[in-house]
Design a protein around this ligand. Structure first.
Ligand code: ATP
Length: 319
């Protein structure tokens, strides 16, 4: 193996740049030539590929977004699209790849491996919804952003004794809601993984105000419903002075936290080691504070499990 390629794909996440830097520098340190591929699998097929130097990744570790850009390119699910990508790999002499992204991107990485080009996936998503890793690259930064926003909302909620339904991201996973809800001291957390009783939530809020609480913060995972819809439901069960707030894409941006940078650096270097060892079709994770890998196929058979102990913890702390 002489040349490796790197691409970022799917939704962007803070820390992706730190991962790209780690892959590039570790590979160069091992004597490999490194190629950046812009715009994910779309750029691979289009041949939007350039040779990286150590300088290419300078001043990137502390930046949000992905400087390799990302794109959705469903055509890569078809063999025709994959073969066009292979043609480009041949043209640039790239032997193996690191793919940074989510579940969909892992499918692309697996297909390339099946075509004889070893590819290793790194979990880059703020949703933390990938199996066999306790944390994904970007989750910690998004969590920090969400908690910062919730703290600000608490200020105004307390000033007016208001209820706020705050919708956080996470797609079908409740991780961001669970973690930010506990960290922000929410009165209630609503996630797709747990049934909820809106009448009970309304009663708890009423009781809370009667007992002297100054605010009622509900952290709602986007996978349940929109904050507006939840608010409308809630109002059927109580005459609240309440507002809906959707944090939205601000959660995807920003300077990556130290934890995300370290996670990305560890995972990136580990991915290069796997490729140097001639392995592909693998996904890197972090389990119990150890960097690990599993077959991408295993990931498709497994579900991500949110830490629902946080839900119970919050219930007992919110009274
Ligand atoms: P996120 O979780 O942030 O959305 P993701 O990687 O799951 O990230 P997707 O849009 O599902 O995002 O996938 C990213 C890209 O991976 C797609 O645009 C496509 O190019 C490629 N891809 C997705 N599914 C497949 C598949 N079945 N086979 C080959 N390539 C795929």
């Amino acid at each position: 193996m002489k040349r490796i390629g790197i691409l970022t794909s799917g939704g962007d996440a803070p820390g992706m740049n730190a991962a790209v830097r780690s892959v590039a520098r570790k590979a160069m340190d091992a004597g490999l030539e490194v190629f950046g591929i812009n715009y994910g699998f779309a750029g691979l097929v289009a041949g939007d590929i350039f040779q990286m130097t150590s300088e290419t990744v300078a001043d990137r570790i502390n930046t949000g977004g992905t400087f390799l850009y990302s794109a959705r390119y469903p055509e890569f699910a078809q063999v025709e699209g994959q073969l066009k990508g292979i043609e480009q790999l041949k043209k640039f002499g790239i032997d193996a790849l690191v793919v940074i992204g989510g579940d969909g991107s892992y499918h692309g990485a697996l297909r390339l491996t099946e075509h004889g080009y070893n590819a290793v996936g790194l979990p880059g998503t703020i949703d933390n919804d990938i199996p066999y890793t306790d944390f994904t690259i970007g989750f910690d930064t998004a969590l920090t952003t969400a908690v910062d926003a919730l703290d600000k909302i608490r200020d105004t909620a307390s000033s007016h004794q208001r209820v706020f339904v705050v919708e956080v991201m996470g797609r079908d996973a409740g991780d961001l809601a669970l973690w930010s809800g506990v960290a922000a001291g929410a009165e209630a957390i609503v996630v797709p993984e747990k049934d909820y009783d809106i009448k009970q939530i309304a009663e708890d809020l009423k009781k809370g105000f009667e007992n002297g609480k100054k605010h009622g913060i509900i952290v709602l995972a986007e996978g349940v419903m929109s904050s507006e819809d939840f608010l409308a439901e809630l109002k059927k069960h109580g005459d609240f002075d309440a507002r809906a707030n959707t944090l939205g894409h601000m959660q995807r941006g920003g300077v990556p936290t130290a934890r995300d940078r370290v996670l990305a650096s560890k995972m990136g270097a580990y991915a290069v080691d796997l490729l140097l060892d001639g392995q592909g079709g693998l996904a890197v994770g972090m389990e119990n504070n150890q960097i690990t890998h599993h077959s991408i196929l295993d990931l498709f058979d497994e579900k991500h499990h949110a830490d629902l102990s946080l839900y119970d913890l919050n219930k007992s702390l919110a009274k």
